[in-house]
Design a binder for this molecule. Structure first.
Ligand code: ADP
Ligand code: MG
Length: 400
């Protein structure tokens, strides 16, 4: 993979930097600036080399239209605070205003352009449309740096198309992400445990398929666990269930048994009366979810305390751990214990402990852990899973 050093001297050159500054916002305020902080390393390195930096990113899903609440203005503001330099901002992505602002840059300056996805061409399925937009972006700069790991698995104008038009390389963040995730693929130290949770089994099936060839143990929690429990013949009452995946899950369970991979399901579950933060709840055995006091209406919203302890003990004893997907509905305090316990356990691993996934990363920060408590917190959920699946990621292919 080409990196910054492959781009030669950058002094006086204009660098188009594709970052992933897709931060969560609430009432116009950034609630987790992790992705902005993650971009600082590359920006600082480029500034030190005397480059003029034009930062591009998407934010949310404006679907090709200008949406006031999804402007990158607060992100540019946050960058100004974190870099302690006056970061400029233009309410335009390509076009005259953007061109003029770029022309005014001097060495070490940083300019943020408006949300890429205000332009429908950015994510268009039509290659011609994407290429035309990419050509306008490319015209702004001399070289391209891909540093948004959260988008490297996407075929999009600012990711793949523009990389074909300019000398291109990975930024420091993408290089680090790839290096960290490779540790999980190339001869991981054993025991190697993967913890999977989150809401949709179908999102994570591909990775389970592949992981059965490499892990020693799979710990399963979150909403996806009920499809596994159901596959084992348990009644999961009103819990999240993907019936169309039951056969696939049964096949994984039997393949795991053949290969000697342990798939550990929680022994107890926190069952709630309703999907609500203030709902009454009860802890029951996983085999008896439908026999809780809420009967067939009961919804499993977290792994139980006994399971959380069991998962934590296994995690702490591992040498390599990858975790994607919360163990329960951590956004509601009553159902956050499983996720918190797993996060805590990862901080104690004597070896490699990697967290991947937007919600999982948000959860660990919300619980008060810092990035330094883990080997690595991946900024890309989908991208990190696809990487572990062994898929070719289009953005990385362009800078290979
Ligand atoms: P990540 O972003 O880390 O990859 P996902 O997006 O797959 O994770 O899943 C996160 C979501 O899963 C959270 O919003 C959480 O509330 C939800 N979730 C976890 N456990 C359950 C459950 N038992 N029932 C319903 N939703 C759940
Ligand atoms: Mg998510």
């Amino acid at each position: 993979m080409r990196t910054l050093s492959d781009l030669g001297a950058l002094q006086g050159k204009t660098v188009l930097l594709r970052a992933d500054l897709n931060v969560p916002l609430k009432d116009g305020k950034i609630t987790d600036d992790g992705r902005v902080r993650a971009a600082l390393g590359t920006i600082n390195e480029l500034r030190e080399s005397g480059a003029k930096i034009v930062v591009i990113s998407h934010l949310g899903r404006p679907a090709g239209k200008v949406v006031d609440g999804l402007s990158l203005t607060p992100v540019a503001q946050r960058l100004t605070e974190l870099l302690e330099v006056d970061v400029r901002f233009v309410a335009d992505t390509v076009g005259q205003q953007a061109q003029e602002a770029v022309a005014e840059l001097t060495e070490g300056d940083v300019l943020v352009l408006e949300n890429l996805r205000f332009n429908a061409a950015e994510t268009s399925k039509n290659a011609q449309e994407r290429a035309e937009f990419a050509a306008q972006l490319a015209a702004l700069a001399d070289v391209f740096v891909l540093d948004g790991f959260g988008v490297v698995h996407r075929e999009q104008a600012s990711v793949t198309d523009v990389a074909r038009l300019l000398p291109a390389a990975a930024g420091r963040l993408v290089a680090t992400e790839v290096e960290m995730l490779k540790k999980l693929i190339d001869e991981p130290e054993r025991p190697y445990i993967v913890v999977l949770g989150g809401s949709k089994v179908s999102d994570k099936l591909g990775v389970i398929d592949r992981l059965l060839d490499s892990v020693d143990t799979l710990l399963i929690g979150g909403g996806m666990v009920f499809t596994f429990l159901k596959a084992k013949g348990y009644d999961v009452a009103a819990s999240l269930l993907e019936s169309d995946q039951l056969d696939t899950v049964r096949e994984y369970l039997s393949r795991a048994a053949e290969k000697g991979v342990e798939i550990v399901l929680p022994s107890d579950i926190v069952v709630a009366q309703r999907f609500a933060a203030d709902s009454p709840f009860a802890v029951v055995s996983s085999a008896k979810i439908a026999e809780s006091k809420f009967g067939d209406n009961g919804i499993g919203l977290d792994i139980g305390p006994e399971s959380a302890r069991d998962f934590a003990e296994r995690i702490v004893a591992a040498k390599t751990v990858f975790w994607n997907g919360p163990m329960g509905v951590f956004e509601m305090p009553a159902f956050s214990l499983g996720t918190k316990t797993v996060a805590q356990a990862l901080t104690k691993v004597q070896g490699v402990a990697v967290v991947g996934g937007g919600d999982s990363a948000a959860a660990v920060r919300e619980f008060g852990f810092s990035d330094a408590d883990f080997t690595h917190i991946s900024t890309g959920g989908g991208a990190s899973l696809e990487f572990l699946e062994g898929k070719k990621l289009p953005g990385l292919e362009e800078i290979a």
